[in-house]
Design a protein around this ligand. Structure first.
Ligand SMILES: *Cc1c(COP(=O)(O)O)cnc(C)c1O
Length: 390
C-alpha cells in the first residue's frame, strides 16, 4: 500500500487515467508540465500560501465542538472549519492554486462547471481578483435551487451559462465545460472543481486541497498531543475528503470515513452513492466508480445537497476503497437535514447541506465513536441552503 499515487500516467491502481478527445491530449500534457514545474517552484508556493493566508483566511480553526460531542456521547469531535473561508467553502483553496497556473500559462479566460454554485463562485472570485474573463456552466435545475450563488457569480463579473441538456445538473454542466475547452483550448483554462476529470486534475486538485489535512494534522498534535482516531468527510467528487485524508495516509492508526449521499435511499435508485452502489466505468475523462445503467448510460444522481449530486467520484477514492484505506458510507437526504438542524442548534454553526451528511453520519453511528477523537471536515457554510430547510 502506498500513497505515491498516481503513477506517471495518472493511474491510482486501475482508476484515473485520461479518456478524452485527441485535441485535449496536448492541452493536458501542457498543463501537467506547467503544474509539475510550479510544484517545484518556490515563488509559486510562496504566492499560493500568501493568497491562502491573506485572501482566503487560512489557517482555518480546528474547533472542539464540545456541545455536539456531549450531545452525541462521543469523546471529542473536532470540526475543521473550511466554512470560515472566503466564499464559504473549501473550493477557494483549489481555485486559487489553479488561477495562479492559468496566469503563469498566459490564459485570459477561465471556464468552470458548478453544481451547488460554490465552485462557480470561487472561480468567479479568483477571475475578478486576477482580471480574467470567466464563464461558468451550470445546470438549469441547479440555477433554480442555488439562486443566491448565481447572483454572486454575476455580481463578480462572470457569465453564468445555463445548461439545459440531460438532467440539467452538475454532470451536464461538466460535459458542456469540457466541450467548450475542446473548442477554445488555446485561450482558455478549465478550472475543474473537484478531484475528478482527466490526469493531471485529480492529482493537482488533491495537492491544492491537502492544505486542509496538513493543517489539521499539525493542529490536532498541538491540541491533543496525538493523532485522531477517525477522519470523517462528505464525498461528492471527493476533494474536501481527499484534502483531509491524504496527509494522514501513512498514519495507519487513523481511520478514514467518506460519507456519500444516499438521497431518497440506496434502494430507491435516487442517490449519488457512486462508491457504495456504483460500478467501474468512465466519466468526464477518467475511470472510477460511476452510476450507470445496464446499457452503460449514466444514471441520474440525486441528493438534496447540490454539491453531492454527481454520478461519479474522484479515482483516488475508488482506489482508497479498493485497498481498504478508507471506508465509505451513505446518508439520506432526511438524515442530512437532521444533521443540518442539529449542528445549527447545539453549536450555533449552520453547515452546508453537503457537510451535514458527515455530521448526520456521526449521529447515526455515535455508539462506535464513544471513546474516539474524531476530526470532521466542515466543508462549507449553510447560508446557501436555508431555503431547503423549510
Ligand atoms: C462542492 C462541495 C462539496 C462536494 O465536493 P467535494 O469535491 O466532494 O469536496 C462538499 N461540500 C461543499 C460545501 C461544497 O461546496
Amino acid at each position: 500500500m502506498n500513497n505515491r499515487v498516481p503513477d506517471r500516467t495518472g493511474h491510482f491502481g486501475e482508476f484515473g487515467g485520461r479518456f478524452v478527445p485527441e485535441t485535449l491530449i496536448y492541452a493536458l500534457d501542457e498543463l501537467e508540465k506547467e503544474y509539475l514545474e510550479a510544484k517545484e517552484n518556490k515563488e509559486f508556493a510562496k504566492e499560493f500560501s500568501f493568497l491562502l493566508r491573506e485572501y482566503a483566511g487560512r489557517p482555518t480553526a480546528l474547533y472542539l465542538a464540545k456541545n455536539l460531542s456531549r450531545h452525541l456521547g462521543i469523546m471529542k469531535i473536532y470540526l475543521k472549519r473550511e466554512d470560515l473561508l472566503h466564499t464559504g467553502s473549501h473550493k477557494i483553496n483549489n481555485t486559487l492554486g489553479q488561477v495562479l497556473l492559468a496566469v503563469k500559462m498566459g490564459k485570459k479566460r477561465l471556464i468552470a462547471e458548478t453544481g451547488a454554485g460554490q465552485h462557480g463562485v470561487a472561480t468567479a472570485t479568483v477571475a475578478a481578483l486576477f482580471g480574467l474573463k470567466c464563464d461558468i456552466y451550470m445546470g438549469q435545475e441547479d440555477i433554480g435551487r442555488q439562486a443566491l450563488n448565481v447572483m454572486r457569480m454575476r455580481l463578480l463579473g462572470a457569465r453564468v451559462i445555463s445548461v439545459k441538456s440531460g438532467t440539467q445538473t452538475l454532470k451536464d454542466a461538466m460535459t458542456e465545460a469540457l466541450r467548450d475547452w475542446v473548442t477554445n483550448v488555446r485561450s482558455t483554462y478549465y478550472v475543474i472543481g473537484t478531484v475528478a476529470g482527466p490526469h493531471p486534475y485529480p492529482e493537482m486538485v488533491r495537492n491544492f486541497q491537502s492544505v486542509i489535512g496538513r493543517e489539521a494534522r499539525g493542529q490536532i498534535l498541538n491540541k491533543e498531543n496525538r493523532l485522531p482516531d477517525y477522519l470523517v468527510a462528505c464525498v461528492g467528487g471527493g476533494s474536501n475528503a481527499i484534502g483531509l485524508f491524504h496527509p494522514f495516509f501513512n498514519d495507519s492508526t487513523v481511520k478514514m470515513i467518506g460519507v456519500e449521499a444516499a438521497g431518497l435511499g440506496l434502494s430507491s435508485g435516487k442517490h449519488s452513492a457512486s462508491l457504495e452502489a456504483g460500478s467501474v466505468g468512465v466519466l468526464h475523462g477518467s475511470k472510477s466508480k460511476i452510476l450507470e445503467d445496464k446499457f452503460g448510460q449514466i444514471k441520474n444522481a440525486h441528493s438534496v445537497a447540490a454539491g453531492l449530486d454527481y454520478p461519479g467520484v474522484g479515482p483516488e477514492h475508488a482506489y482508497y476503497k479498493e485497498i481498504k484505506r478508507a471506508d465509505y458510507v451513505a446518508i439520506t437526504d432526511k438524515e442530512a437535514m437532521d444533521g443540518f438542524r442539529l449542528l445549527s442548534q447545539v453549536e450555533g454553526i449552520i453547515p452546508a447541506l453537503e457537510s451535514a451528511h458527515a455530521i448526520a453520519y456521526l449521529k447515526k453511528s455515535a455508539k462506535y465513536f464513544k471513546k474516539a477523537v474524531v476530526i470532521v471536515c466542515l466543508s462549507g457554510r449553510g447560508d446557501k441552503d436555508l431555503h431547503e430547510s423549510y
